[in-house]
Design a protein around this ligand. Sequence first.
Ligand SMILES: Cc1ncc(COP(=O)(O)O)c(C=O)c1O
Length: 387
Amino acid sequence: MLRLVRLYAPRGLRLARAEGQYVWSSDGRRFLDLHNAYGVAFLGHRNPVVMRRLREQMDRMMVASPIFDTDVMEEAVKMLSKVIPRRLGYFFMLNGGSEAVEMALKVAKKTTGREKFISFINGFHGRSMGALSVTWNPKYRSGFGPFPWKVEFIPYNNLEAVEKAVDEDTAGVILEPVQGEGGLTPATPEFLKAVREACDKTGALMIVDEVQSGFGRTGRLWAHEVGGVEPDIMTVGKSIGGGFPVSVVAFREDVGGRIKEGDHGSTFGANPMALAAVSGGVEALTNDNVVEKAAERGGKLGKILREIVEEHPRMARAVKGVGLMTGIELRFNPTPALKLLQQEGIIALKAGLTVLRFLPPYLISDEDLSHLRESLNKVFSKLAGSG
Ligand SMILES: Cc1ncc(COP(=O)(O)O)c(C=O)c1O
């Protein structure tokens, strides 16, 4: 019998459908979706604007190479121009976050002619070979070396380490403005500024990986805006296509202008369905003031989580993250808490070894937040009783 390779521990739940901030199991139970397919459905499951764009495109043409001009490409360029930082004058589209990181690193290597990348302890950028080379977790790296180029991992949010490590041999410095997988640690504005300065001084490229943090989730359009700096390369994925598998990599004008035919390619990259999905994602984001709403919802969520942490000091250490990319650092492995939360009708995920992570859609309501508060209370009381 053919079996799926189990790369992830199963949750024991058979999902049948999804709408907005909820998913339903095949036996009809409704769950508040704070797992969000690893943060993809931030705009809500089956966002109507994205669905309309995808349907219209499906009726016209599903595949075409970007060597041909198309209306859907022209529209995607117009829509993306509304959200991509102005300094980034070129973009390409790929199919997932790792692929975007892969292209970012290749372009940095080739355009600078340098060998070395700087990445950060607890950083996560994906698991294809280039992306894995700048991903820190030894659990993911072990057995896969040697990696394609020299990478130095330095402490995150450490200005001195940045100043010391970034030099004339550095092709790029890659960072998440909020470390997602590694434990929901936000970059300080000073750290982002220090990276920008070190890159300006040495000619290294600042690569900001917004695959998880970007597109409104933290209550800013791009999480790196908190530092008041602009990157040379930015990678975006997860939520930008409203659920359709697509990623975007954007380049500073003079970097993008130096990419030549043959430097990269992808059969499905910038296909019409992905282009329509991204246009739909941007339309949905801008039409419904998603960034402002995420900031307001994130504020309420943060307040509730802080109260919970105060009420359960034996279980919880601190609130982590920003906006709707947030969670609770526990004093133990989050798996038992995740299981109990699922029994309460809420699905969520882990970050690092001890963080219970929530990646809610911006649609999360006051009622959903009360449900989360009550459920966390129950779960921690139960765990305290059993421990
Ligand atoms: C910051 C960051 N970069 C890259 C990736 C890899 O993206 P994908 O799984 O779509 O390849 C992820 C995935 O979680 C991520 O969080």
